[in-house]
Write a protein of this length. Structure first.
Length: 250
């Protein structure tokens, strides 16, 4: 197979950056979708220094014209896309924790849900040209309704505002709907739970590293033909502190 082409949104830092690093180390050409040109160039330089074939792509997932331009550039340069990682997201740092105003919800849905849908719609023609297209929507265990309502889950004790978990629940349904739509194609669509990772998103309060979170995404981005589609898969957080991965309840 030709060198796989992977596009990761929000790749200038955190879990997205480390996902690009892991896929780059596996020999993928990694396209770094970043909304700030300066931060994009820095990420590209830093990944290229490690030997990765990394290319910055200025991309704001809330801006339709920016998404369209990115699709046109990929079409021109590569004619196909093998992996789309919808990683870009916002949470409490952008909107104060616990603030559950309608405006906060609107902003969260725009980036965390509408953004991935716009990305998938724009990139689908390119993904259809891949022999093994993979879409990974970076979700979260806080979007799992099953875990949220389980008194034995650590999430039961965790204070959270309405907007962020709601946006991830919606992203889970987006994942399920595209998995169903693309069931009879080679494209697999899954949602990833990186686990609670120390990044800017949560003021570095997470107990996992962003590299560990990125390993979850790498796994789903490189699934074989016999791999699953339509799953929420990733870190399983338990009160016992075990460190395992598996399928989470929707
Ligand atoms: P992070 O370090 O804050 O990184 C977020 C990335 O998203 C940044 O590159 C940011 O770009 C980018 N971004 C935000 N809005 C964007 C937009 N409109 N267009 C393009 N890029 C945009 O956070 P992270 O923890 O790595 O989060 C990555 C993903 O993992 C998110 O979807 C998050 O919800 C999910 N997640 C994180 C955790 C965790 O514990 N950290 C757990 C579960 C799921 P700028 O630098 O320009 O702001």
């Amino acid at each position: 197979m030709d060198t796989p082409i992977a596009l990761i949104t929000g790749a200038n830092k955190g879990i997205g950056y480390h996902t690009a690093s892991l896929l780059g180390a596996r020999g993928h050409t990694v396209l770094l979708g970043c909304r700030d040109p300066q931060r994009a160039a820095e990420a590209e330089n830093s990944l290229c220094e490690t030997g990765a074939d990394a290319h910055a792509l200025v991309l704001d997932v809330t801006d339709d014209s920016s998404i369209q331009q990115a699709a046109e550039q990929i079409t021109e340069r590569y004619q196909r896309l093998d992996v789309l990682v919808n990683n870009a997201g916002i949470a409490g740092a952008a909107i104060p924790k616990g603030e559950s105003t309608p405006e906060a919800l609107r902003r969260m849905l725009e980036t965390n849900v509408v953004g991935p849908v716009a990305m998938i719609e724009a990139m689908l023609p390119l993904l259809h040209r891949s022999p093994a297209g993979r879409i990974v929507n970076v979700s979260s265990e806080v979007g799992s309704i099953g875990s949220t309502l389980d008194p034995n889950s650590p999430l039961w004790q965790m204070p959270a505002g309405i907007p962020y978990p709601t946006s991830k629940t919606a992203l889970n349904m987006v994942t399920a709907m595209y998995a169903k739509r693309l069931w009879d194609t080679p494209i697999k669509v899954n949602a990833a739970n990186p686990g609670y990772c120390a990044t800017d998103l949560n003021g570095h309060t997470g107990f996992r590293t962003p590299e560990q979170g990125a390993q979850i995404i790498e796994h789903l981005a490189t699934l074989g033909d016999d791999g699953p589609t339509g799953q929420l898969w990733g870190h399983l957080w338990t009160n016992e502190g075990t460190d395992e991965s598996g399928v989470l309840p929707w």
